[in-house]
Design a protein around this ligand. Structure first.
Ligand code: ZN
Length: 363
């Protein structure tokens, strides 16, 4: 019998300089209510929302409630606090203004309250800005805290990417976005492998879209420079493409393979040993170099592209001790056992992991 396919994709995507000034127009199209809830992170993103979004909403007569998550990471506790405040405000739309952590918090809040959210990224560090997925560690935490309850994370109902703001984000964010994008070359190879060996559902449409996003980075690598509006535009466009590829596939499959498992493994080890992990996209980029080597593909092209855009290509540039890189490689296959990749069911031995990391210049 033919399989039923379900796609949940954003209704509006707006990107370019001063895109934030168009927030009221998007809100008008999404809700009749005049109550908007604006979620921000630390001082910087709160200032961006206060200066570049709120005046436009207030001018149009919207009642705006704002909540700042504060500096640092996002946790279940922080989301619970927002949830309590949100419940008293009865807003009909959530605007998430910030980086990946703020958007992740909005995704969970949206799922808990059954309210649509708009993704308004202030940086382009990973494809979470457009996807129906949240970061691995937050997912684990929520899974543990809500033991009896499953929540379904949705794609944003709209994405408003102001490339003028995004081009002013810290240097490493754009490079990190490129790392997350180049990872798709490996993710799609892993997906094809799972399709051939395991009969896993495979969508050529979603796979092509993810690959197109990665190819865009390779083709335009020399134009991707910090502080340029044009660079932010290339990376944001590709990240949105990747997020939509996940929405089409109905899972993160086209965007996340063995290189993401390696990154998740590093995140887990960082908790265990107390070291600081590198940004998600940078870890995935380094993972992609090694996993492409394992696939027998053009890993040097991946490494050279990462180098060109200023992303990490080895343990030293990630700021992570080589011994953790090797350990992460040996446990990566256990992270999501249902996600079949080139790592297979038994993964790599320590010796094999070490050899691969050395041959690719990662350690
Ligand atoms: Zn990713």
């Amino acid at each position: 019998m033919l399989r039923l396919e379900f796609m949940e994709i954003p209704r509006f995507i707006l990107f370019g300089p001063k895109a934030m000034s168009h927030v009221p127009r998007i809100c008008r199209n999404l809700t009749k209510s005049r109550k908007i809830f604006v979620l921000t992170g630390g001082k910087k993103t709160t200032r961006i929302a206060n200066e570049r979004i709120l005046p436009y909403l207030l001018e149009e007569g919207y009642e705006v409630n704002t909540y700042a998550l504060g500096e640092g990471g996002v946790s279940f506790e922080k989301i619970t606090n927002v949830y309590r405040m949100f419940k008293t405000r009865r807003s009909s739309l959530i605007l998430a203004v910030g980086g990946g952590k703020v958007i992740d918090a909005a995704k969970v809040l949206s799922a808990l309250t059954n309210t649509n959210y708009v993704s308004v990224p202030t940086s382009a560090a990973n494809d979470g800005i457009a996807s129906p997925a949240i970061s691995y560690l937050l997912k684990l935490e929520i899974h543990n805290k809500l033991r009896r309850r499953k929540i379904r994370i949705h794609a944003p109902v709209a994405i408003i990417a102001d490339t003028e703001v995004i081009s002013m984000a810290p240097k490493k964010t754009l490079a990190s976005g490129c790392g997350d994008l180049i990872a798709k070359f490996v993710a799609v190879k892993d997906w094809e492998l799972a399709h051939k060996l395991r009969g896993e559902n495979y969508s050529e449409y979603a796979a092509s879209m993810a690959l197109m996003s990665a190819e865009l980075v390779v083709r335009r690598a020399k134009f991707i420079k910090e502080g340029l509006e044009e660079s932010a535009r290339i990376v944001v466009k590709a990240l949105i493409g990747s997020g939509v590829a996940m929405s089409i596939a109905g899972s993160s499959r086209p965007a996340s393979g063995s290189e993401h498992l390696f990154s998740h493994a590093l995140d887990l080890l960082s908790k265990k040993y107390g070291f600081k992990p590198a940004p998600h996209g940078l870890q995935c980029g380094v993972g992609a170099i090694m996993m492409m080597w394992l696939h027998g593909g053009d890993w040097e092209m991946i490494r050279d592209t990462l180098r060109e855009v200023g992303a990490a290509t080895n343990a030293y540039e990630l700021g992570i001790d080589p011994k953790y890189i090797v350990e992460a490689l040996t446990i990566a296959h256990k992270i999501r056992p249902e996600r079949y990749t080139i790592l297979g069911e038994v993964g790599l031995t320590r010796e094999a992991a070490e050899r691969m990391a050395k041959e690719t210049g990662v350690i």
